[in-house]
Write a protein that binds this ligand. Structure first.
Ligand code: SAH
Length: 248
């Protein structure tokens, strides 16, 4: 999957995406990430990418020319999204949509703003949409770009081995958060692992896991339970059969 990123700090995105699973995905060709420096497409001696806002006011605005020039030179895969607090809220469903552009659609692209944001003509005439990573204001789109790329890349078949379960993983098709996990030692500082996980009874363990996912979701994200139409009678019985693991 090809992903192009446009930024005045391309090394931020390139560096983050060179480590761990993202780095491996790039090495083995699953992810073809190209980070473009918007400053390479400036024409003045100061290589300026920003200018004062028309109408006055605080801060600077990213100029349209270097952005258009950079995007036109790279001919990046589309859709091209501007990262912006005013965009569509990014979530797992959108990550799945973007991952589905692989391999047929050939990927997507991201434009990172800085300062007060970009000249609106970029929004109107260059990008295909805007993505926000949440109701929070960052200083630039680079961290947001890394977040989007990581969420999408781990869904590319082969990028994670067998680690992604589209059903049980949080925000998967179960509509639940994933249950808590434990690893060795079985007793850590007197806090034991739930006995059932060491029982070897896999059918019972699966039921316990589902019960824990239900407990956890009810506890921290009851809105997700509402969104899937509440609890079935079978799920209610499961909750009674297996109490929740302790929470602080
Ligand atoms: N003045 C703007 C904020 C600009 S922040 C406002 O009040 O809406 C500078 C840049 O950081 C933005 O252009 C965008 O690319 C990035 N950014 C900030 N917050 C973001 C968010 N929640 N999601 C995605 N990108 C964000």
């Amino acid at each position: 999957m090809r992903v192009d990123v446009f930024s005045i700090f391309p090394a931020l995105v390139d560096g983050f995406c060179s480590e761990s699973l993202l780095g491996k995905a790039r090495e083995n060709g699953l992810l073809d990430l190209r980070c473009h420096d918007l400053r390479e497409h400036t024409t003045d001696v100061h290589r300026s990418v920003d200018d004062a806002p028309f109408g006055g006011g605080a801060g600077m605005v990213m100029r349209a020319e270097p952005i258009f020039a950079s995007v036109e030179a790279a001919a990046p895969p589309r859709p091209l999204f501007l990262l912006s607090p005013g965009g569509r809220r990014f979530d797992q469903a959108m990550a799945r949509e973007l991952a589905a552009t692989h391999p047929t659609g050939g990927g997507f692209s991201l434009l990172c703003g800085r300062y007060e944001g970009v000249d609106h003509r970029v929004v109107e005439h260059l990008v295909d949409g805007e993505i926000s990573i949440g109701d929070v204001v960052l200083s630039g789109g680079e961290v947001a770009a890394c977040l989007v790329i990581e969420a999408v890349a781990r869904l590319i078949p082969g990028a994670m081995g067998n680690d992604v379960s589209p059903v049980t993983e949080s925000f998967g098709t179960s509509g639940l958060l994933e249950e808590s996990h434990y690893t060795r030692p079985a007793d850590f500082r007197g806090w034991p692992v739930p006995e059932i996980l060491r029982s070897g009874d896999h059918a019972r363990i699966e039921r316990w896991r589902l019960a824990q996912a239900l407990h956890r979701t009810l506890r921290v994200r009851p809105d997700l339970i509402d969104a899937r139409g509440g609890l079935s009678d079978q799920e209610k019985r499961l909750l009674e059969e297996f109490p929740a693991v302790p929470y602080p």
